[in-house]
Design a protein around this ligand. Sequence first.
Ligand code: MLT
Length: 311
Amino acid sequence: MPKPIVLIAEELSPATVDALGTDFDIRDVDGTDRPALLAALATAHAVLIRSATHIDAEAIAAAPHLKVVARAGVGLDNVDIAAATTAGVMVVNAPTSNIISAAELTIGHILSLARHIPAAHASLAAGEWKRSKFTGVELYEKRVGIIGLGRIGALIAARLQAFGVEIVAYDPYVTEARALQIGATLVPLDELLSTSDFVTIHMPKTPETTGMIGAAELKSMKKTAFVINVARGGLIDEAALAAALRDGEIAGAGIDVFTSEPPTDDLLTSAPNIVVTPHLGASTDEAQERAGVSVAKSVRLALDGELVPDA
Ligand code: MLT
C-alpha cells in the first residue's frame, strides 16, 4: 500500500522530519510558488506550513485527499479554517512553541530602540565614532503598554519586571485579577497609548484588529514614545506609521512583521528611527524544534485517525 503523502511547504527544523518517522512519503514544495503548491496538494494527505504559505479555499479545493493542515507556529491567519472545516480537513498548530522566542525578540526590539543599537552599529561599522548622537533612554521607571495580554504579552511583562518599568495593558478578554497576577494594570486603549513610553502589540490578526493602530492612535502617543510590532503585519497601519515616523509624531518603531512579506515597497523599511527585522519572532533553534516536533506528532495522529489533543 502506498504511504500517505506529507507535504512540507516551508523550511522546518530537521527534528520535524525525524518526528514524522518513516511511515510517510515526505515531499517538499515551495509554498510561496502557487502553481507548484496547488499541483503538489493534488495528491497530499497532509501539508506542513509556517507563515508564508496560504492555505485558502482555492488550496483546499485543490487537495481532494487532504486530511490535515499543520501550522508549525501560533498564528492561523494564513489558513482558511472555515474552508478546511467544510471540506473535513483538520487544522492543527503549535500554540506555545514559539512564545518565548517572540517575547525575547520583543525585548530585543525595545532595547534596540531605547539605545539605538542597530544605528550605532551601522555608524561604527562605517568608520564613524559618534557617541552623543546615539544617546538613548533607560527603561527604568518608564511605562510600557502591552496591547494583548495573552501568552506572549504575559511573558513580556514577566521579563520586563527586571527592568523596573511600570506595566499597563489593554486586553478586553483579561480580568483585572489576571492582569495584576501578571504585574500589569489594565487601562483603556486610549490611556495606554497616550501615557506609555513603549507600546508593544500582541494581538492576533482579525478583521477587528487589522489597522487598530492608525493615524489617530499614533498621533495620540507621546512624541518620545516607541511602538513595537512583533505580532502581525497590518495591526499597525503601515502608511500611517511611516508618516508618523517621518513627521516626528513618535520617536521610533521596532517592526518584525509586514502586511506583505517580504514588503513590496520601502515605505516602512526606509522610514526614520525604525528598526526592522524579517519576521524573526519564531526564528530560533528552540522554537523551530518545538513547533516542528509538535505538529509532526499531530500529523501522525491525524493520519492514523486518532484524536489530536489540544496542544
Ligand atoms: C507564528 O505565528 O507562530 C509565527 O509567525 C510563526 C512563523 O514565524 O512561522
